[in-house]
Design a protein around this ligand. Structure first.
Ligand code: C2E
Ligand code: CA
Ligand code: CA
Length: 765
């Protein structure tokens, strides 16, 4: 296979030899004319001219359009030209040597050696061609010299042979040099191409990587930087290239830059203020030494990325973990950390710090009735007010829905003074909350329940201090809200007991720990037991007998009252109906009174529940009486009225329990459909000592009559009380005088034995 390059090389260098051949042949023709056979000389000269013309035209054709033939063909044509040219010169000694004189013979020898030497340089690309040329052109001359049979000619022949051998050897060498050169040129070109490609690749990477790259020399002067680098550093190229980084305003990165100059890798991650714009950003930077081929460090390469966004996201996440999103106040975790820090400080300096626990009163109502957006705005407004009423160094946090905390650091070394100071802050907060909030056109009067705990010597845990403040806050809720309480030990015991009761109460019914006692209700006129009030009893394995006065409020607050109440209702009704059937001959039982707590009554499912129980037990509804306390009237009067009316429609009687203890105005008596009024035992019990109470009972009885209500006097314990009540024409009594509340068996026995009569009353008549 002949290389493309070789062919173009040989055609390229053909021109000069052709000129040489023409010149030589013209000189030869003119020199030898008239000295040899002129006809032969002319024919020879013309054929040389023809051959040269042929070679010349192929050369021109090649240059014009080398696609005319294949490379192989072009080579063959070229070789043909060489052979023809060699043959033409080979004919010179054959044709003209013998008939020439000595001088012309020498000229022939000189021309022949000159021609072949000349060919050497021009044909060295192709060893085969030069071989052919030399052999074809010189062998006839050598043969001619040998034919002469004189030792002089023979010696010249030997010289010519040596010359031929020498030329062949040189040709070989020339050729090798040429091919070597051609090879290395080709190699060089390939290498150059590859290098260019890799340079291009590097260039592409350098230019387009989404990361800043810059090069600098050992003097920390920037030599080159890519666009990305310029973009995020926000500086023009002119400014950056040539910048001496020793003069940077922000020097934090200098050690990292210098590391590479010392042959090391450097790394920096952190804040950096850019030199040109002075903007503060976060960067991550790697530096590495830049080495020459002899391993000498000639500078460094820096790779930088702007990680501001990542850091901001990280900060965001951290912020979210530590701050409440609505108010941007520190959250519970954060506050606990702060308290821990204060505890550590307290241990060192013994300066008491305090924690104020704040809870908005009835916040849930606002959320439920006006929507969460109003609720949220209220919390934000409240936050602003907390800030207004505290010092700069006080820490405010939001630790739950409507629960806030203020940490008051450095109150005093003296406990009394510390208390006083904390109380002043609490008062300030109460005061500032006296102004109504105006949110979305609503005027909201919001009060706070506040609990305060001060750090004491044996406290170590942040959770405990916070819990104490919480307990104290809870106490102020219990004490009627809108007030402040300091944490005291008993509160905690109470809170603990509360939790215990709540826990045990959950399973009380399932564990069969509940029992209903019944207390007779007696008609004074006839001394007959006409009914009973169902009173719940609870005996727990762990806690023992627990009074309903203690567990009922807990059942109410925890919502457990709804299920417990249903259980009481069903069981009391069923028991009552059983007795009604059993004793219908001897007594006239027509009332089972069941206590219904406010929470239970307000439950939206209450009416449905009652309807279902009536159906299930088949009780005559007018035998059923619900005892409701006055506290039911306080809120949502319309809603309460609707429900009560509905119950009345069923036929159920409704009594006001503990009448006279609620301090409420009596106007509700007119509006609400009560049927019965139960005078609280506290009035009854004071009858014999207190004239005022006597008057009060008189008044109540008059009112009852006026409103057409039946009256049950509760808590009648003594004959005197009974006598007084009797004189006042009250209708019914209930109390220890006739009977304590009894369990179902005892109640039944009592009915049986006394034939449905309160024997005490009979014996006194
Ligand atoms: P209450 O509704 O006022 O019940 C009357 C309370 O007075 C009962 O206390 C009863 O034992 C007591 N008592 C009756 N006669 C006399 C007397 O002559 N002198 C004195 N000193 N006390 C008398 P008890 O059974 O301890 O119940 C306390 C409260 O617990 C009840 O007061 C009632 O509010 C609540 N309660 C009891 N059972 C239930 C229930 O099933 N549901 C609800 N919601 N509350 C209940
Ligand atoms: Ca009652
Ligand atoms: Ca009562």
């Amino acid at each position: 296979m002949i290389a493309e390059k070789l062919i173009s090389d040989i055609y390229q260098s053909l021109k000069l030899p052709l000129i040489g051949v023409i010149t030589a042949s013209i000189a030869f023709f003119s020199l030898f004319y008239d000295h040899v056979n002129n006809a032969a000389l002319t024919i020879w000269f013309l054929s040389v001219l023809t051959i040269t013309l042929f070679r010349y035209t192929t050369m021109v054709k090649f240059h014009k359009d080398r696609s005319l033939f294949t490379t192989e063909k072009w080579h063959q044509i070229f070789s043909l030209g060489v052979v023809l040219s060699a043959v033409s010169w080979g004919f010179v000694p054959i044709l003209f040597f013998a008939e020439s004189n000595y001088l012309y013979q020498m000229i022939i020898i000189i021309i022949m050696t000159g021609i072949s030497a000349g060919a050497l340089s021009s044909l060295s690309h192709l060893y085969k061609n030069i071989q052919l040329f030399l052999l074809i052109s010189l062998i006839p001359l050598i043969l001619e010299l040998l034919i002469q049979e004189t030792s002089f000619y023979n010696n010249i022949a030997i010289l010519a042979i040596l010359f031929l051998i020498l030329l062949l050897y040189i040709a070989k060498k020339f050729n090798r040099n040429y091919t070597d050169a051609a090879d290395s040129l080709a190699q060089y070109k390939i290498k150059k191409f590859e290098l260019m490609q890799s340079e291009q690749k590097f260039e592409t990477i350098f230019r387009y990587v989404p990361i800043g790259v810059f090069f600098y020399n050992t003097d920390l002067i920037i030599q080159e930087a890519n666009q990305e680098f310029l973009d995020f550093i926000e500086a023009p190229r002119d400014y950056i290239i040539g910048l001496d980084m020793n003069t940077l305003k922000d020097k934090v990165i200098l050690p990292t830059l210098r590391a590479s100059i010392e042959g090391l890798s450097g790394f920096y991650e952190g804040e950096y203020t850019t030199n040109y714009t002075g903007k503060s950003i976060w960067i991550s930077m790697n530096t590495n030494p830049l080495k020459a081929s002899n391993e000498e460090v000639i500078g460094g390469v820096g790779i930088v990325s702007d990680i501001t966004q990542r850091i901001n996201q990280q900060k965001d996440i951290e912020h979210k973990a530590n701050y409440d999103s609505l108010t941007d106040l520190p959250n519970r975790t954060n506050i606990l950390n702060d308290i821990n820090r204060e505890i550590t400080r307290f241990k060192r300096h013994e300066i008491i710090f305090g924690i104020i626990f704040l809870d908005l009163d009835h916040f849930k109502n606002i959320n439920d009735s006006l929507g969460h957006s109003v609720g949220d705005k209220l919390l934000i407004e409240a936050t602003a007010r907390f800030k207004d009423s505290t010092r700069e160094e006080d820490i405010i946090g939001r630790i739950g829905g409507d629960e806030f905390v203020v940490i008051l650091p450095d109150l005093s070394k003296d406990e009394k003074e510390a208390m006083l100071k904390a109380e002043i802050v609490a008062e300030k907060i109460h005061k500032i909350f006296e102004n109504p909030f105006k949110i979305d056109g609503h005027r909201l009067n919001i009060s706070l329940s506040i609990g305060i705990a001060l750090i004491s010597k044996n406290e170590q845990l942040a959770e405990d201090v916070l819990k104490h403040a919480d307990i104290a806050m809870y106490q102020s809720k219990k004490d009627g809200r809108n007030t402040t309480r300091f944490y005291q030990k008993y509160m905690e015991l109470r809170a603990k007991r509360y939790l215990e009761i709540e826990n045990e109460l959950r399973n009380a019914i399932a564990k069969n720990e509940m029992e209903i006692y019944y207390q007779p209700i007696i008609e004074i006129a006839t001394s007959r037991i006409i009914g009973a009030e169902a009173l719940l009893r609870w005996k727990n394995k762990k806690l023992g007998q627990i009074s309903p006065d203690e567990f009922i409020p807990i059942a109410e607050e925890s919502g457990l009252i709804f299920n417990i109440g249903r259980w009481v209702l069903i069981n009391a009704i069923q028991q009552f109906m059983q007795w009604q059937r059993k004793f219908n001959k001897i007594t006239m039982l027509n009332k089972i009174a069941v206590n219904v707590s406010v929470k239970q009554f307000n439950n939206p499912e209450f009416l449905g529940q009652i309807e279902q129980i009536i159906k299930q037990t088949e009780i005559e509804p007018h035998n059923l009486e619900f005892e409701l306390t006055e506290s039911i009237i306080v809120k949502n009067a319309k809603e309460v009225k609707k429900k009560m009316k509905k119950l009345r429609e069923f036929g159920i009687n409704l009594s006001i329990d503990d009448f006279g203890t609620g301090y409420s105005s009596l106007s509700y008596l007119k509006k609400l459909p009560f049927t019965t009024l139960k005078i609280d035992k506290s009035f009854t019990q004071d009858i014999q000592y207190d004239a005022d109470d006597k008057d009060l009972i008189n008044t109540i009885l008059a009112i009852a009559k006026n409103f057409n209500l039946e009256v049950i006097v509760e808590g009648v314990e003594t004959y005197e009380q009974y006598k007084f009540v009797n004189e006042k024409n009250a209708t019914y009594i209930q109390g220890f005088y006739c009977s304590k509340p009894l369990d179902k068996n005892s109640f039944e026995d009592m009915l049986q034995k006394n034939k449905g009569i309160c024997t005490k009353l009979v014996s006194q008549k």
